[in-house]
Design a protein around this ligand. Structure first.
Ligand code: MN
Length: 310
């Protein structure tokens, strides 16, 4: 599937469309895939075993994951001490634990295996919606795959204090997500969140309107101040977002990108500035040249420009 086909695929299956999990299996197409599975909850989390089990029918699976929990470590890498990789028994899987972060594990796993078709991360015990994407170790593992030229798909589900997720009930939805995403090779980074009891699947966008992080002050046993940086529940997310989808019982699939550039801001900055655009992109150059706004910062921009020439 080329880029245009993938675009059409996404457009034709907008967030208004839903999917049944009872579609014809197409996994035979993927039997030769090399699938690396990682997570941030640690290699002994039940979520990684569930993900590897679901992935097994799509190709050859190898697990490389942190030896201890690395949740909320984001895309940290270990640069000041050596990493060690040790083989472990994990069902029938070729599995390894690493004394590093999720991003370390994916880098090491891809290096050791050579070619990897797709990296799956999760299934995280806890949702990764909206702003959580910035510090999620689960998503960082998928992101590391995309940065290294492969593809990454992150899976997360909600968890309560009283019970663990019912991974057997979620498996048909995880499999259906594979069937949807794996043929679209242009989707290099995808964030998937599963509610406890899904009623279908929807394409969504990241919700960033609110932040669920909050500092809660407390005292230690000696009366000294301590602080918890914790997550508070958010409600009322906009329709079509990842949070909205999960709150309404849908599996949320959000395609993400590595380029964080705010193109609208960049275009405005280029239109205001007299600085040459230095081949940032032909699209932006065209926008700038077609803009008729006269910049009040022209003289200072000229001096900036002349300073840069020195
Ligand atoms: Mn986690």
């Amino acid at each position: 599937m080329d880029q245009k086909d993938a675009h059409d695929f996404l457009v034709n299956r907008s967030i208004c469309n839903t999917y049944s999990v009872k579609t014809a299996p197409i996994r035979v197409l993927f039997v030769k895939m090399r699938i690396l599975v990682s997570n941030d909850d640690g290699v002994y989390s039940p979520g990684i075993a569930a993900l590897a089990k679901a992935a097994k029918q799509f190709g050859e699976v190898r697990i490389v994951a942190p030896d201890v929990e690395q949740s909320s470590m984001g895309h940290a890498i270990t640069a000041t001490r050596p990493l060690r990789l040790k083989r472990i028994h994990l069902d029938s899987f070729d599995a390894y634990r690493v004394n590093g972060t999720p991003a370390d594990c994916v880098a090491l796993g891809m290096h050791r295996w050579g070619h990897v078709d797709v990296v799956l991360s999760g299934i995280n015990l806890g949702l990764n919606l909206g702003n959580s994407c910035w510090h999620s170790g689960t998503l960082a593992a998928a992101k590391q795959a995309a940065l290294l030229g492969s593809r990454g798909i992150a899976f997360s589900t909600n968890v309560s204090d009283s019970r663990e997720p019912d991974f057997a009930a979620l498996e048909p939805y995880v499999v259906r997500v594979f069937e949807l995403l794996l043929p679209i090779k242009t989707l290099s980074l995808v964030n998937v969140n599963l509610p406890e009891k899904p009623k279908g699947i929807r394409w969504t966008r990241q919700s960033v309107r609110h932040y669920d992080g909050k500092v809660v002050p407390d005292k230690d046993p000696a009366g000294r101040p301590i602080f918890w940086f914790t997550v508070t529940p958010l409600e009322g997310a906009a329709e079509g977002t990842d949070r909205w989808a999960v709150e309404h019982g849908w599996v949320s699939i959000t395609p993400l990108r590595l380029d964080l550039t705010d193109e609208a801001d960049l275009a405005r900055a280029l239109a205001l500035s007299d600085t040459p655009p230095t081949k940032i992109s032909s699209k932006l150059t065209q926008r700038r040249s077609s803009s008729k706004s006269s910049s009040p910062t022209t003289s200072s921009s000229k001096s900036t420009s002349s300073r840069r020439k020195k």
